[in-house]
Write a protein that binds this ligand. Sequence first.
Ligand code: SIN
Length: 309
Amino acid sequence: MISLETKISDKTFSNCIMNASGVRCMTLEDLSNLSSSAAGTWITKSCTLSPREGNPSPRYVDLKLGSINSMGLPNLGFDFYLDYVLEQHKSGNDAIFFSVAGLTLEDNLQMLTRIQNSDFQGLVELNLSCPNIPGKPQTGYDFERTHEVLNEIFSFYTKPLGVKLPPYFDMVHFEMMSEILNQYPIRFVTCINSVGNALYIEDESVVIKPKGGFGGIGGAYVKPTALANVRMFYKLLRKDITVIGCGGVETGRDVFEHILCGASMVQTGTLLMKEDTGVFSRLITELKEIMNLKGYKTLEDFKGKLIEL
Ligand code: SIN
């Protein structure tokens, strides 16, 4: 019997594949489709304190090798998602992720205080990496600010929390961010968010409306960068900080590679957008086939064991 069981913080999941926040997880209908899919768990759309319409359309476009988006955090507001996770808690499910992306530190502190004081026992993924809000930099690229934000949060927050990071491209930046994260009781990191502020052109035009066509890239384009981030954070973070991989997952082989680099859970965004929730059972089957061929019975048999020459 092959098992895809995995653990993050104090939660155990029957398999290691889930949605990336932002994709098919905004409305109650989206969330119930995820809950009845084969995914090991699911995460809510990154929420802000108040509901948001997001950026003008077109703001998401499928590309041959991935996608470009500048959604601008459209979401139904913190209260909606808090109610949702509390309903899940009442029905006995705390093994889910609640994504929070306050537009200011004060908003994040307000939302996390309410989560801290609620019955929610699941995992919070704090999004430090949305590239699509005009005038708001990605916190994850500002090391000093990230330090300040985590300092404030962990002065009162005691429930399991992880951070969603932007992609890094420099060894020194991996080291600097790891040094900061290692100082806090963070339970997991999710890497990567989209490769922000890219341009895609068709004929003589950009393809999305916000920000003059600049948007975050996902899908096959970003897989090597995603794997590099998973690998470096797996090596540099404290061993009790779990890595969730995200970026470029189209097949079970891609999931396998994320785990080989050190991921304990793997998220899919662009693929889920393109193919809907049926992707989970396909990825599970394909991953199990690879494990079967290689004689692996559990994720621990190969997690982090990438061969280096
Ligand atoms: C968005 O809503 O703009 C995408 C969210 C993200 O990239 O964090």
